[in-house]
Design a protein around this ligand. Structure first.
Ligand SMILES: [Zn+2]
Length: 260
């Protein structure tokens, strides 16, 4: 596994992961639907489930190869379906995998234009994950960056299937957005732990990743406070990682300071 260069650290501060886009028409249509009880977010059956160990043959991307990075993320996507299918089965819920689109240019998507502020987002309308394969991690063969981003966006798909997002639409505001985003961070950490025994470069770079998030991640100055601060992003990512269980990701009952 290639050690990340200093350039990666500096450049990464300019880009944030994890937007969720939805058309206003869709949002109001969903709002008009029946009320979703708060317990769907605070006591979801998924919280009682565990990923355990997921054997994932994703390998590691070859430094400098976009094709190799694409193959790597495609395999990670399959492992995400394996992990979440397992979790949904334990909860007695029906699972369906999202579609995934990997791009190296942020153009048009099924939810409109890919926002320049983000490197990944999930389109609820079409249940599609959009991942921008940023050139710096591709050049360095740094798979954890893309795997974590993909697992985070996948987390939004899960929130959609589980009804958590439907609940969140009833409580508009930045704090709700942060609870959603930090939960997606935690889901990402939980999944990454489940594959860390079979995918090289996750365990080795985990401390670096946490430190990076703590110092540079989360809401940036001048942007809306909708993703949570750096230390909380690091905290929830690691909380998921320590447990390998979606159950550790209940941001909906966390104190305000943990979702700041
Ligand atoms: Zn997000």
């Amino acid at each position: 596994m290639t050690r990340i260069t200093r350039y990666f650290v500096v450049a990464a501060t300019l880009i944030m992961a994890g937007a969720v886009l939805v058309s206003p028409a869709q949002a109001s249509a969903e709002k008009a639907a029946a009320m979703v009880p708060k317990s769907v977010a605070t006591a979801n059956p998924l919280y009682k489930t565990r990923f355990g160990t997921v054997n994932c043959g994703a390998g590691a991307p070859r430094a400098g190869s976009l094709a190799s990075y694409r193959t790597f993320l495609t395999k990670v996507n399959t492992c995400l379906a394996t992990a979440w299918r397992k979790s949904f089965a334990q909860a007695g819920k029906k699972f369906r995998a999202p579609k995934m689109v990997l791009v190296n240019k942020r153009g048009n998507t099924s939810c409109g234009k890919f926002p320049s502020r983000f490197v990944g987002y999930y389109c609820y309308n079409s249940e599609t994950l959009y991942i921008y394969m940023w050139n710096t991690p591709v050049r360095n063969g740094y798979g954890l960056w893309g795997a974590e981003l993909l697992a985070h966006e996948y987390g939004h798909h899960i929130q959609g299937l589980a009804g958590i997002r439907a609940y969140s639409l009833q409580v508009p505001g930045h704090e709700t957005s942060r609870r959603l985003e930090l939960q997606a961070q935690c889901f990402s950490g939980a999944f990454l732990r489940s594959i860390s025994g079979s995918v090289p470069g996750i365990a080795q770079n985990w401390a670096y990743e946490l430190d990076w998030y703590k110092k540079n991640g989360g809401d940036q100055a001048g942007a809306p406070p909708d993703h949570g601060n750096g230390p909380n992003n690091s905290y929830w990512l690691n909380r998921g990682f320590r447990s390998a269980s979606p159950g550790s990701c209940n941001t909906w009952i966390a104190p305000r300071s943990r979702v700041a």
